[in-house]
Ligand binder design. Structure first.
Ligand code: SAM
Ligand code: SF4
Ligand code: SF4
Length: 354
């Protein structure tokens, strides 16, 4: 039986786009830099020594981000996710979390604040993030095999340190932790060891179909492993059954182990598009608003913030952009490929935030 998924989950109260989708999630990229060079995200050939990252004054300040988040909450956003690049590289990131958490003192606002990280600095940062008011954390782990993990991050970073970062997050009370794993045809062997490792820990392992984000990872359709294959592989060893979605617009389909050892999720943006319930907007580190992960351009919000626009003007700008939103790239993808390759350029994931 397939889990419930689709338009029946849609609520069309408040601000709504051209397809009746509300604005609920704001993903905020705080840096385009990263200490990893994951081959599918920031390949060394492109993101080498000469790559021009954003200058510090181009980045939205914490005050600008917090103001924007407050205005977005007034428009119906309930979830804030800090991402990047690698968000823990942004100096003082816990101060930003603290400022965002202060928005909870505004009547009627209870934003859920989450962060996605490669986990490399988590041992050092976990306590400060928790103290600042972070609710939840997602850590990306693509393999448990150290040699393979080091080859995937391409900077020889050992997997043990990421696992230790996950333990640190658990110790300070940031659990249960979501673990993101991108699956490609050449990484299928990582699936079962990861499932065995995280089963019974309370952490939720989520397998993400490899996506054609950016223009530098050389994505081809043949490298995508359909989530159904991932579920079948795990189910054959440890039987699974579907779970209902937790919330409106949830990207992952949830499955639980029949023997009570926890749950996994699959994010099937290629084989089972979820654009119909997509309530997510993204803001790049330099303050451009994107209404789709696959958009080819964004809307400059930083200019408004720095030119003295009032809250009302910023709010009207956001509403106008969202009201004109008609994005549904993943639903249209198959018709836009040529020989299994994308025909248009997309914004890099490290820029727009995953
Ligand atoms: N650096 C942090 C991290 O790796 O968790 C946050 C940013 S990263 C861009 C966010 C998520 O996007 C990660 O879980 C990463 O694995 C995922 N990602 C990056 N490129 C991807 C791709 N081409 N397809 C699917 N997921 C991708
Ligand atoms: Fe960095 Fe995350 Fe991209 Fe890997 S997936 S290169 S850790 S931003
Ligand atoms: Fe949302 Fe765009 Fe992804 Fe569809 S393709 S789910 S509209 S971000």
């Amino acid at each position: 039986m397939a889990p419930k998924h689709g338009a029946q989950l849609l609520e069309s109260t408040g601000l709504s786009d051209m397809r009746g989708r509300a604005l609920r999630d704001l993903r905020i990229s705080v840096t385009d830099r990263c200490n990893f060079r994951c081959v599918y995200c920031m390949p060394q050939e492109i993101f080498g020594r000469d790559y021009q990252f954003m200058e510090r004054d181009e980045l939205l300040s914490f005050e600008e981000i917090t103001r924007l988040a407050r205005i977005a909450l007034e428009l119906g956003v309930t979830k804030l996710r800090i991402t990047g690049g690698e968000p823990l590289l942004r100096r003082g990131i816990e101060e930003l979390i603290h400022q965002l958490a202060q928005l909870r003192t505004v009547e009627g606002h209870k934003p859920d604040i989450a962060l996605t990280t490669n986990g490399s600095a988590l041992r050092v940062k976990a306590q400060a993030l928790k103290d600042a008011g972070l609710d939840r954390i997602t850590v990306s782990v693509d393999s448990l095999d150290d040699a393979k993990f080091q080859a995937m991050n391409d900077v020889r970073f050992p997997v043990a340190r990421v696992l230790d970062g996950i333990a640190a997050a658990q110790e300070v009370g940031l659990g249960p932790i979501k673990i993101n794993t991108v699956v490609k045809r050449d990484t299928v062997d990582e699936i079962l060891p990861l499932a065995r490792y995280f089963r019974g820990t309370g952490h939720i392992l989520r397998f993400i179909e490899y996506m054609d984000v950016g223009a530098s990872n050389g994505w081809v359709l043949d490298e995508v492993v359909p989530s159904a294959e991932v579920v079948a592989l795990i189910d054959a060893e440890h039987p699974l059954r579907p779970l209902e979605p937790n919330s409106l617009g949830e990207t992952a389909q949830r499955w639980e182990y029949v023997d009570g050892q926890g749950e996994i999720g699959v994010i099937s943006s290629v084989t089972r598009a979820f654009c119909g319930t997509c309530t997510r907007a993204r803001i790049s580190a330099e303050g451009k608003l994107y209404t789709c992960l696959f958009a080819d351009s964004g809307h400059d919000i930083r200019g408004l913030l720095r030119d003295g626009a009032s809250d009302r003007e910023v709010s009207d700008a956001l509403s106008g952009i969202w009201g004109r939103r008609d994005d549904r790239y993943s639903e249209l993808r198959s018709g836009l490929l040529s020989d299994g390759k994308p025909t248009r350029k997309h914004i890099e994931m490290s820029y727009i935030g995953g």
